[in-house]
Design a protein around this ligand. Sequence first.
Ligand SMILES: Cc1cc2nc3c(=O)[nH]c(=O)nc-3n(C[C@H](O)[C@H](O)[C@H](O)COP(=O)(O)OP(=O)(O)OC[C@H]3O[C@@H](n4cnc5c(N)ncnc54)[C@H](O)[C@@H]3O)c2cc1C
Length: 232
Amino acid sequence: MPSDHQPPGPGLPPDLPGPPPCHEGTLIVGASQAGLQLAVALRQAGDTSPLLLVGEEPYAPYQRPPLSKEYLAGELAPEALAFRTPAFYAEQGIELLTGERVTSVGLSGGRGTAHTATGRTLGFARLALTVGAAPRRLDVPGTGLDGVLTLRDRDDAARLRERLADARRVVIVGGGFIGLETAAAARARDKDVTVVEAGPRLMGRAVAPAVSAAYRAAHERRGTRVLLSTAV
Ligand SMILES: Cc1cc2nc3c(=O)[nH]c(=O)nc-3n(C[C@H](O)[C@H](O)[C@H](O)COP(=O)(O)OP(=O)(O)OC[C@H]3O[C@@H](n4cnc5c(N)ncnc54)[C@H](O)[C@@H]3O)c2cc1C
């Protein structure tokens, strides 16, 4: 990222109306669990300065854990995923800007400035980056084909839920928590499910071997095929 304030370059849209520049406040980039919790913690600690939480996704901060559980199973409405109600943000004086990707941050004349992909300019006195993680993509031929999906955000889960309805056979690459939860959701819908795991056991980076073995047995009992030490 550039270290100095740069005006939008050629081809970029002009500055859009948006939150007023808040050079005395905190700009939090990444509107999910960490970003929201930071904003709440600052308020709880007595910080009364402006707080702007900006996120790339089009939604207010929401819980990801249900995406591979109740939401994927169709038991939860999207609105129920939200961490907080709109009223909460208003009460706490936390300004929320969604659907905005921050593309650069910098300092100019001792003032912090960030730019977004749509051309907004946001000022800050303090900056927090709570930009989370993204799933690793498989670098193999065919990953761009129709029907190859990734699960990370709310839109991914909605797509997966929709495609699961008509799928007959489901192959899950990755035998970690999210892969196994997805396998369970697919088996509950009576799909033919295979989990492909490159390592020698399930959830190998998170749990002890005995726990891996117990989970493998539990999934196999429910009809999921588990392939270990198998790379796609
Ligand atoms: C399907 C699924 C199930 C899970 N289940 C569990 C569970 O059961 N238990 C558990 O403990 N954990 C679970 N997790 C993990 C948990 O959800 C994460 O640990 C948590 O979301 C991390 O929060 P975060 O705010 O650090 O990052 P993230 O949730 O990744 O949020 C980062 C945000 O920053 C935004 N962002 C990134 N770059 C920019 C930018 N330049 N400009 C603006 N915005 C940007 C992203 O769009 C994203 O919304 C699960 C995760 C998934 C995906």
